[in-house]
Design a protein around this ligand. Structure first.
Ligand code: AQP
Length: 324
């Protein structure tokens, strides 16, 4: 039986953090076993906010290296740079003609990012390109963090709309989001999500941070009033965020961690969280350091070649259905 397709993308904006890892990337690795897995470094999305070309060149290959380091296996998954497969952009244009402006006006990511990045058409149309990324591979499932729920709804609507208007073509993809870790919060402001673009370096632990930096950041995490280690995202958002992070890195349940640390001091608890994160990230950092840029670029070119062939198959059918 043919395996279902799973697709997801990661922007090469540097600063890949444990929120990206726990919310999405860890599922990417796990899903390789059961799905036909296609993963993409979405460099065309990354230029919707101000950037420098030399940074993009560097961040692209570093992001690809990180994906390999966490366990994306080119023998089992297709991995490539979005800009090397032009069919993404072609499908985005076709889908744009089916996208009502009212839908894009509601997108919270556009509202949040355009305040900082300016209001350009690319940022506005971001969800349409994301829909094309997913649909060009006829993906059935998309592992993403909770912040992408709204964009995925746009994709689902576009798939249904296309199928109704032009005939059955696209699966309506389901979102795969972990129960714990779907929304890792900033270490400095546990009411906002951990974010690559947060200028405060202490707000996020990067996957390649050295152990002493990880410990320092977790020690300086904002905690809540009171002294008990308890899980309550409303009343104790700082401690709850640390508990979720620790639970994800140790594989232990939150109840189990609360039972062990309930009466310990915040400082002791934070050290235990830091230990768990350092231990969990060590193999990733080692694997990342061992990879050479040139080898990774060659691998990405191979991936793009296969992705182009697959995407072209879909596009031939889409073009014919739309009257081209
Ligand atoms: N804090 C988070 N908790 C859980 N999952 C998260 N993701 C992002 N932040 C968190 C998930 O990571 C995946 C990759 O996202 P992306 O490359 O598209 O970047 P993003 O969503 O723009 O990431 P950031 O860190 O949130 O960057 P900025 O600062 O630009 O907004 C996605 O699946 C996302 O859900």
């Amino acid at each position: 039986m043919e395996r279902k397709v799973v697709f997801s993308g990661l922007q090469p904006t540097g600063n890949i953090h444990i929120g990206n890892y726990l919310g999405a990337l860890r599922n990417w690795v796990l899903l390789q076993d059961d799905y036909d897995a296609i993963y993409c470094v979405v460099d065309l999305h990354a230029i919707t906010v101000p950037y420098e070309p030399e940074d993009l060149r560097r961040d692209r290959v570093e992001t690809a290296k990180l994906l390999l380091a966490i366990g994306i296996d080119p023998e089992r998954s297709l991995l490539y740079y979005q800009s090397q497969v032009r069919q993404h952009v072609e499908l985005a244009w076709l889908l744009a003609t089916l996208t009502p402006l009212g839908v894009l006006n509601r997108m919270t990511q556009f509202k949040e990012k355009s305040d900082k990045a300016g209001r350009n058409l690319g940022l506005y149309a971001y969800p349409v390109l994301m829909a094309a990324d997913i649909m060009v591979h006829k993906a059935h499932a998309v592992p993403v963090g909770e912040d992408q729920t709204q964009h995925l709804e746009v994709t689902r609507d576009l798939a249904e709309k296309f199928n109704n208007r032009f005939g059955e073509e696209f699966p309506v993809p389901e979102q795969i989001t972990p129960k714990v870790g779907a929304r890792v919060m900033s270490l400095q402001d546990p009411t906002s999500k951990m974010s690559k673009t947060d200028p405060d370096a202490r707000s996020k632990v990067l996957l390649v941070d050295p152990p002493q930096v990880i410990r320092k950041k977790i020690r300086s995490a904002v905690t809540d009033s009171g002294h008990e280690i308890e899980y309550d995202r409303e009343k104790k958002p700082g401690v709850s965020n640390l508990l979720e992070i620790m639970s994800q890195f140790t594989g232990r349940s939150i109840d189990d961690l609360v039972a062990e640390y309930h009466d310990t001091l915040y400082g002791h608890f934070k050290d235990a969280v830091a230990d768990a994160v350092i231990e969990g990230l060590a193999p990733i950092r080692d694997a990342y350091t061992a990879l050479a840029d040139a080898d990774v670029e060659a691998l990405m070119l191979d991936g793009a070649k296969v992705a182009r062939e697959r995407a072209e198959d879909s596009m031939a059918s889409v073009r014919a259905k739309m009257g081209f």
